[in-house]
Write a protein that binds this ligand. Structure first.
Ligand code: CMC
Length: 433
């Protein structure tokens, strides 16, 4: 970021001209630094939805929406998906480089040894009604961790920050599994330190005390891969929420809880659950045209879930990997002709040849096929977004740490274009009509 270039802005009303410095990026578009804009011209900049606004600088994730390209710390997602593991990529995100064997072993050991939950947390789960959505439980329980770990709550201390990060990554599967167990009325299963990150999650979700549970290696591997794909996605809604909450100096566990809340919406991570409901509702390929017509009708709130993206104007690279994975996982689990998968493939094919979707560059996103994999692994639909949250926790904590460790870190405080009433005087109630 060298600021050698600048952009000149002229105010047509006053004729005043200012030069705004341009900050270069290592990849992708440069950014005009508008920090001094208000001071110099007296205007705010207006960009609802942050379509043209870079809210921070970051060295974590780069995505090129036109090319359909995604990289974590410079490594293409395809390479990480093929060659790496969730724990290794988590290390990469937190520490900036891929670990050597000793570093990976140590990191893996630390995460494994932080997986247990404080026993007092059990009563939190019991406090939820049995039909509570697991995402609602996650928001509450993760937020409540703020009350447990006072020994790592000094966010100005880098050692505290990394301990908090380890704890969150380690405890998320335990909290997720306990949320699920509560919803099905089964006893919580303690973590088992001999298992992998995803093996442990599956065991905590599906084991019961009365019989042995065998972790399916296909499911364990598939989940690991799908978690890699969900780790980070630059300044999306939930990550921006974590950063904004964290910018005030809030407790990191509370910040992650705010990210989980933002992720839950159907326009964001909640889309994976919504895709499956949509496919169930469509039911049969001959119904697809009817639903496409609804998706195109501006008077109908229905949208094709799992389609479209703010940044990708090309095929989401994560969706491409997951679609391929769907073929492999379903074949290995013996259901390659799963009618729901067939329907999804057909829906994609028809939508991608439709002018409406072509003109708007609407392609399947990460959520379109992920639910089908989760379903094949026996994970219930209300846990789909929870799976997303477990993996995205790595991105959230890495982004939070990156922000907090900045030299001139300031509270995030957007301005607004006020369009409400102008000044008026209070009228006593008896004089109001
Ligand atoms: N079905 C039908 N039309 C769509 C869809 C869709 N899924 N997505 C976008 N459009 C249309 C939209 O109506 C608009 O049309 P027009 O220009 O005629 O007004 C145009 O495409 C641009 O859409 P937009 O709403 O301005 O785009 P956005 O960047 O604000 O929204 C989005 C992005 C992901 C929220 C949106 O595409 C959407 O609602 N998709 C379905 C939900 C979904 O799959 N979300 C997961 C996103 S990826 C993973 C994640 O973030 O968690």
């Amino acid at each position: 970021m060298n600021g050698k270039h600048s952009v000149t802005v002229t105010d047509n009303r006053t004729g005043r001209q200012i030069d705004l410095p341009v900050k270069d990026a290592t990849e992708g578009p440069a950014a005009v630094d508008i920090g001094g804009f208000f001071k110099q011209l007296g205007y705010f900049t207006y960009d609802p939805g942050f379509v043209s606004t870079a809210s921070c600088h970051s060295s974590l994730t780069y995505l090129d929406g036109e090319q359909g390209m995604l990289m974590y710390r410079g490594y293409p997602i395809e390479q990480l998906a093929e060659k790496s593991s969730f724990i290794e990529v988590a290390y990469l995100m937190l520490y900036g480089e891929l670990p050597n064997t000793a570093q990976l072993d140590e990191f893996s050991g630390i995460i494994t040894h932080h997986t247990m939950l404080n026993e007092a947390l059990k009563s939190f789960f019991r406090g939820f009604y049995h039909d509570a959505h697991p995402m609602a439980i996650m928001v509450g329980v993760v937020g409540s961790l703020s009350a447990f770990y006072h020994d790592s709550s000094d966010i100005t201390n880098p050692r505290h920050r990394i301990i908090a990060a380890h704890r969150m990554i380690a405890k998320m599967p335990s909290i997720a599994a306990a949320s699920y167990k509560h919803s099905v009325g089964e006893p919580q299963v303690y973590p088992d330190n001999s298992l992998s990150y995803t093996g442990n999650l599956l065991n905590m979700m599906f084991a019961v005390p009365c019989e042995a549970y065998r972790i399916d290696p296909v499911a364990e591997k598939a989940l690991d891969l799908i978690f890699i794909l969900h780790i980070d996605h630059e300044q999306n809604a939930s990550t921006s929420t974590v950063r904004l909450a964290g910018s005030s100096g809030a407790n990191p566990f509370a910040c992650i809880a705010s990210g989980i809340a933002a992720l839950w919406g159907p326009a964001h991570g909640g889309a994976n659950e919504a895709v499956l409901s949509m496919l169930e509702e469509i039911g049969d390929a001959k119904e697809i045209p009817k639903y496409l017509a609804r998706a195109k009708d501006k008077d109908d709130p229905f949208r094709l879930m799992g389609f479209g993206h703010r940044v990708y104007k090309n095929y989401d690279p994560r969706a491409r990997i997951i679609r391929k994975m769907c073929h492999e996982v379903l074949a290995k689990l013996g259901d390659e002709n799963d009618p729901m998968f067939e329907l999804a493939l057909r829906l994609e094919e028809i939508a991608l040849s439709d002018d409406y979707f072509i003109e708007r560059k609407l392609y399947p996103n990460v959520d379109f096929y992920s639910g089908l994999i989760y379903k094949a692994l026996g994970i219930p639909a209300n846990m789909f977004t929870v799976m997303f949250a477990i993996a995205r926790t790595v991105g959230w904590v890495a982004q939070w740490m990156e922000m907090i460790s900045e030299k001139n870190q300031r509270i995030g405080r957007p301005r607004q274009l006020y369009v409400g009433p102008t000044r008026r005087d209070y009228m006593p109630i008896e004089e109001r009509r």
